[in-house]
Design a protein around this ligand. Structure first.
Ligand code: ADP
Length: 242
C-alpha cells in the first residue's frame, strides 16, 4: 500500500473529512461529530472549547492514538484510517508534541533530553552533536545544556520540551495546554517562541484554555462544543460560554 496519498496535490498538512468518533462501551459516548477541517502548511491555529468538548479526542486522532469511527483523517500525507501499524512510528515523526506537564526525563540533563529524540530515530552522533546545540540555541537554552530539569524553571523546562519536539524537524508542532503550568511571564515567552517557530515554517497547533493569549495573538481559532466545530475564524477570539 502506498505510504502517502495525494503527494503535492494540496498544501493542507491536516485534512479531516466528516470525522466522527464514538467511544466503544456501554453508553457509546459520541465525542466528535461531522468534523470537517483543513489546516494548511505554515498555519498557526488555536483549538479551544469547554471541558468535554472533544479537544483531547481530536488530539489523539491526529496522533493516531485513536482511529476515527467515521470519516477520514490525512496528516502530512498519511491517511490515518488506513495507516498500517508498522508505519505508525514513522508517521509520528511528522508531529512534535508538547504537553502541559513537560514530560522530561528527570535524571537526564537538557542536552540528553533533546538528544534522546534523535537517538530514537537513529541519527548519528555527528548529527546529534550538530542538531541539539542548534535547537537549544533557538529555544534560548544553549547555556544550560548540562542542567537537570529540576534545576530549571517551568518556562525553561517547557523550552526543553519544545526543543525535543522540534529537533527531528516535524511538519507540525502540536501543543496541548503548553502554558497550563506556567506563570504569565513564562506563558508569554513560550507563546512568542511558538510564534517564532511558526514563522520558520512549522505548522503550530495549540490547544488552550488561556483566553487572554488567544484574544491577544490574533490567530485562527477553532472552537469545539459538544463534539462539533461551532466556530472557525481567522484572527478569532475565545468565544464565551453561553
Ligand atoms: P476535552 O479534551 O475537550 O475535555 P474529550 O475529548 O476528553 O474532551 O472528551 C469528549 C467526550 O468524550 C466527553 O464526553 C468525554 O467524557 C468522552 N470521552 C473521552 N475519552 C473517553 C473514553 N476513553 N471513553 C469514553 N468516553 C470518553
Amino acid at each position: 500500500m502506498a505510504r502517502k496519498v495525494s503527494e503535492k496535490t494540496s498544501s493542507s498538512v491536516i485534512t479531516l473529512n466528516n470525522v466522527g468518533m464514538t467511544y466503544a462501551g456501554s453508553n457509546g459516548v459520541r465525542a466528535l461529530n461531522g468534523i470537517n477541517l483543513k489546516i494548511e502548511q505554515g498555519e498557526f491555529v488555536f483549538i479551544v472549547g469547554d471541558s468535554g468538548s472533544g479537544k483531547s479526542t481530536l488530539i489523539k486522532l491526529l496522533l493516531r492514538e485513536l482511529v476515527s469511527t467515521e470519516g477520514e483523517i490525512i496528516v502530512d500525507g498519511y491517511n490515518l484510517n488506513r495507516l498500517r501499524h508498522r508505519k505508525i512510528p514513522k508517521f509520528r515523526r511528522s508531529i512534535g508534541v508538547v504537553f502541559q506537564d513537560f514530560r522530561l526525563l528527570k535524571d537526564r540533563n537538557v542536552y540528553e533530553n533533546v538528544a534522546f529524540a534523535q537517538r530514537i530515530i537513529q541519527k548519528s552522533n555527528k548529527e546529534i552533536k550538530r542538531n541539539v546545540p542548534s535547537i537549544l540555541s533557538i529555544v534560548g537554552l544553549a547555556g544550560k545544556y548540562k542542567a537537570k530539569p529540576r534545576h530549571l524553571s517551568g518556562g525553561e523546562q517547557q523550552r526543553v520540551a519544545i526543543a525535543r519536539a522540534l529537533v527531528n524537524k516535524p511538519a507540525i508542532l502540536l501543543c496541548d495546554e503548553p502554558t497550563g503550568n506556567l506563570d504569565p511571564k513564562n506563558t508569554w515567552d513560550i507563546m512568542k517562541l511558538l510564534e517564532q517557530v511558526n514563522e520558520q515554517g512549522t505548522t503550530v497547533i495549540v490547544v488552550t484554555h488561556n483566553r487572554e493569549i488567544v484574544n491577544a495573538m490574533q490567530k485562527r481559532v477553532i472552537t469545539l462544543k459538544r463534539g462539533v466545530i461551532i466556530s472557525d475564524e481567522e484572527k478569532g477570539v475565545y468565544i464565551d460560554e453561553d
